[in-house]
Ligand binder design. Structure first.
Ligand code: DOR
Ligand code: ZN
Length: 347
């Protein structure tokens, strides 16, 4: 199969961290080179909370795009306990905002302004159910007594399912799912429930991160799980079920902040995400389903048109990807799965 090529509709990334300022300028071209659109995460410091914040962040992204790029940032709002339902409705009606992001307070990077008391966001969720604006959920409980490897499964039972039951019509994206429990929940969720899956969770498990040395560039949240979960994720991604779609969660941090006694969470996968994904689908003998997962299911869930442009991937000898991307905030280490990847984006 050496020399094979695969041409698909240009993919979208339904979960992306671009940051701001010098970091954004450094990493944005990596996503713009391969993806047509991306859902842009709002966990800046301070977060993107209002429609006004989202409009100016969007302007900064557009201004930083390489000349001629048609990459389209799809903006989100960071849900706080003080978010004004009227502002959310106006942002949705105007088309500026494509989703609202729920971070449980303390769950991950820049989540301190997230939600502690889920009763306090009921008004916003009801408006979102009416307007059909999706809620993107970082699905982990943060109670310290819950083991970090159990936080996603507990969240589904204790938070997500109750919210969905009491808010009929609410559209939810379970972001970066990592467990067989999440796959099962999303599989049975009906048309109002979707789930994104990252490249690192399709390729790695916690042994890759922790056995034989600690690999900080594999540390992300939700954390890589026990090896039994990865096949469930691969099966979901390659199943053709439109509930599952690509969200890379590419999350750049300066290398020094990752290789630290208390390292930041996030894998910077943007430059290699599609090559790695093709490897996963090829290994699963499911290359014919790659386009659905990367280029169709997410757009359908969000009610957006499919991209007409195409991208071609080519298979050959194992590829050497760049190790670092330089930014004005320092070098950022590019995700390296530690196993051969035979695919590359050709054009
Ligand atoms: O690993 C992660 N990094 N998970 C998240 O939820 C946030 C992200 C970040 O912003 O760095
Ligand atoms: Zn994220």
């Amino acid at each position: 199969m050496s020399g094979a090529t695969l041409t698909i509709r240009r993919p979208d990334d339904w979960h992306l961290h671009l940051r701001d300022g010098a970091m954004m300028e450094g990493v944005l071209p990596c996503s713009a080179a391969h993806f047509a659109r991306a859902i842009i995460m709002p966990n800046l410091s301070p977060p993107v909370v209002t429609a006004h914040d989202a409009a100016s962040y969007r302007d900064r992204i557009l201004a930083a795009l390489p000349k001629g790029s048609e990459f389209e940032p799809l903006m989100t709002l960071y849900l706080t306990e003080n978010t004004d339902p009227a502002d959310v409705k106006a942002a949705a009606d105007s088309g500026l905002v494509k989703a609202v992001k729920l971070y449980p307070a303390g769950a991950t990077t820049n989540s301190a302004d997230g939600v502690r008391d889920f009763d306090r966001i009921r008004g916003v969720l009801e408006v979102m159910a009416e307007t059909r604006l999706p809620l993107c959920v970082h699905g982990e409980v943060t109670r310290p007594e819950v083991d970090i490897f159990d936080r996603e499964a507990v969240f589904i039972d204790e938070v997500l399912d109750p919210i969905r039951r009491r808010t009929p019509g609410l559209r939810v994206v379970m972001e970066h799912i990592t467990t067989a429990e999440a796959v099962a929940y999303a599989t049975d969720g009906g048309g109002d429930l979707g789930a994104t899956i990252t490249v690192q969770h399709l390729m790695l498990d916690r042994n890759d991160m922790l056995a034989g040395g600690i690999r900080p560039h594999f540390y992300c949240l939700p954390i890589l799980k026990r090896g039994t979960h990865r096949p469930a994720l691969v099966k979901a991604a390659t199943s053709g079920n439109p509930a599952f779609f690509l969200g890379t969660d590419s999350a750049p941090h300066a290398t020094a902040a990752k290789e630290s006694a208390c390292g930041c969470a996030g894998c910077f996968t943007a430059p290699v995400a599609l090559a790695c994904l093709a490897e996963v689908f090829d290994t699963a003998a499911a290359l014919d389903r790659l386009e659905g997962f990367a280029s169709k299911h997410g757009a359908s869930f969000y009610g957006l048109p499919l991209n007409d442009a195409k991208i071609t991937l080519r298979k050959g000898d194992p590829v050497e990807f760049p190790r670092l991307v330089q930014t004005g905030d320092g070098p950022v280490t590019v995700f390296d799965p530690g196993k051969p990847v035979h695919w590359r984006v050709a054009s």
